[in-house]
Design a protein around this ligand. Structure first.
Ligand SMILES: NC(=O)C1=CN([C@@H]2O[C@H](COP(=O)(O)OP(=O)(O)OC[C@H]3O[C@@H](n4cnc5c(N)ncnc54)[C@H](O)[C@@H]3O)[C@@H](O)[C@H]2O)C=CC1
Ligand SMILES: O=C(O)C(=O)COP(=O)(O)O
Length: 526
């Protein structure tokens, strides 16, 4: 039975959806705080569903041998070691839209809260102090809001702020001028944003480029009296430098939902009058939590049960409708790619995948990932369909795709040409009744199914070869399962693809190579 561990406080709907799809669910939010217990639970788990409290570190991933998918019920994935997951062939998914409105609303609420000192006034009034003159605030109308990051959440914040008649500027190097114009947002440099904005709101992911984007230097040039709102990630702000800027009045106030270390039960910034804080509540509304729980449970179940991929950060998307159509071609691609990889000699420099016929109309990225992964497996132990194309790119191996709508003799064919330092080798396959068949091998036509232990032989097309090969295999007590021959021309070069019942035993390659007509012999494993 497929098993999914939920180690964070996800909405109950997630359990209901997974169980309805006959998945065994372990729902234990305490696991987020107990890495040892989490590791034990993950020893036989296929999926892991989390929010921000669980840290899916390289160590956690290394101890989860069956894990196939990590689903983040939310947006930020900085608590997941994506490189480690990719290396282990684990899909990492999030729910990019489910909590975006809720988080944008929280940022707007925090902007009001800090500008009008609402939490402080609330606490004081409840203590019967009625300090009306103490809580003089600032108006948002007509002020400039500077967004650092204007994607989903930043974009929603922009539209709400425009409704409040704020002027919105943004620093976002990945946002086009055209999109910014559509949003009614002026794109500026970070420096210009810091010097112009009355309010600054952060909405980028946390990564190596954005860590400490509000640095000590940034706080030195910030417009005096500006307010800072952070509903993205704690690591975006240098918290020590912010404390100093708040103390000397350069920053008028800060509203923080997120902190460098969470849970933040004690924090130097908590003592300050001009700081408003919430405990990472950005996504915490009933609506958002229902959305993300339902979405991630469906995405995880779809992936584990049908192969459909939605909102993955480390692999191409495949819809539930596409998945069953793609599955046989992914399987074919793996066989053809593996055979081409195993039969090529020298360091792989390029892989060309040619799609002919009906397959060319399908989504080919997942098939290419399967081909590349299988072809590289002879050279790279850690390659898998999730990391294959990235790994190939890293190593300077070119991946080329070619498509043609027609395939003269078959409904569809898939050809893989592997180019190496020594030359090139091409294999073509097709589906017969949904099963992979090799239909062309090194330029020679034949027709062979693929089995777990095979030998590939190139020989001179002369009488006596088959008898000789049969004798060698008989002497080794290895049964021939199927024998497929093809040749370039009469009495020219021939190839044979022989399936053997050899289990784990190695075929007697040296004896085969010693036969008089043999030019080349290799073992193939699938
Ligand atoms: N407080 C909370 O509970 C929540 C926090 N978040 C945080 O909000 C972040 C943003 O979420 P979305 O808007 O949905 O993501 P998004 O991916 O739609 O937008 C992020 C934007 O940041 C921009 N960006 C990336 N690198 C940048 C850089 N170096 N400088 C400036 N801009 C940069 C991107 O171009 C993009 O437009 C998430 O990554 C997450 O960490 C998200 C949901 C809830
Ligand atoms: O979706 C996000 O990125 C969030 O930060 C929300 O975090 P949470 O699910 O509330 O722990």
């Amino acid at each position: 039975m497929v098993k999914v561990v939920i180690s964070d406080k996800l909405g109950e709907d997630a359990v209901r959806i997974l169980e309805a799809r006959k998945i065994d669910v372990v729902f234990n939010p305490d696991l987020a705080k107990d890495p040892e217990a989490l590791r034990k639970e993950l020893a036989d788990a296929d999926g892991l569903a989390i929010r921000s409290a669980t840290k899916a570190t390289a160590e956690v991933i290394a101890n989860a041998p069956k894990l196939k998918v990590i689903g983040r019920a939310g947006i930020g994935v900085d608590n997941i070691d994506i490189d480690a997951a990719t290396g282990a062939g684990i899909a990492v998914m999030n729910t990019p839209f489910g909590n975006a409105v809720t988080t944008a609303e929280h940022a707007i609420a925090m902007m009001f809260a800090v500008a009008r000192k609402i939490p402080q006034a609330d606490a004081s009034t409840k203590l019967s102090k009625w300090e009306k003159s103490k809580f003089m605030g600032r108006e948002l109308f007509g002020k400039t809001l500077g967004l650092i990051g204007a994607g989903n959440i930043g974009g929603i914040v922009a539209s709400r702020a425009q409704g409040l008649r704020m002027k919105v500027i943004a620093f976002d190097p990945f946002l086009s001028e055209e999109k910014a114009k559509d949003m009614g947002v002026e794109l500026v440099s970070l420096n210009e944003l810091l010097t112009r904005a009355n309010f600054i709101s952060l909405h980028t992911p946390l990564n190596d480029k954005t860590r400490n984007i509000i640095s000590r230097e940034a706080l030195e040039v910030i417009r005096p009296g500006a307010f800072i709102v952070n509903c993205a990630r704690g690591g975006l702000i240098d918290e020590d430098a912010l404390a100093e800027a708040l103390d000397d009045g350069r920053v008028a106030g800060a509203a923080l939902d997120v902190f460098l270390e969470e849970p933040a039960k004690e924090h130097p910034l908590f003592d300050r009058e001009n700081v408003v804080v919430t405990p990472h509540l950005g996504a915490s509304t009933q609506e958002a939590q229902e959305n993300v729980a339902v979405q991630i449970a469906e995405q995880i179940a779809d992936y584990l049960l049908t192969g459909a991929v939605q909102n993955a950060l480390n692999m191409p998307s495949v819809t539930a409708e596409e998945a069953p159509k793609l599955k046989p071609f992914i399987n074919l691609g793996e066989k053809v790619g593996s055979m081409a990889g195993q039969l090529s000699e020298g360091a792989i420099e390029g892989i060309t995948v040619r799609f002919a016929g009906a397959v060319s109309a399908l989504k080919i990225d997942p098939i290419i990932s399967g081909v590349v992964s299988a072809a590289l497996k002879t050279q790279l132990a850690t390659v898998n369909a999730v990391n294959a194309t990235a790994l190939a790119k890293d190593r300077g191996i070119s991946i080329t795709e070619e498509k043609t709508e027609t395939s003269p003799n078959f409904g569809s064919t898939l050809s893989v040409r592997v180019t190496t330092s020594e030359g090139e080798f091409a294999v073509t396959g097709a589906l017969f009744g949904g099963e992979p068949r090799i239909v062309r091998l090194g330029g020679v036509r034949l027709e062979a199914s693929v089995s777990s232990c095979m030998i590939y032989v190139e020989n001179e097309d002369k009488p006596g070869f088959i008898a000789g090969l049969g004798e060698v295999l008989r002497d080794a007590n290895i049964n021939i399962a199927t024998f497929n021959l093809g040749r370039r021309e009469e009495s020219g070069d021939a190839v044979a693809l022989v399936a053997l019942d050899c289990g784990k035993d190695e075929p007697p390659l040296e004896a085969i190579r010693a036969l008089p007509q043999i030019k080349k012999a290799s073992t193939l494993r699938f």
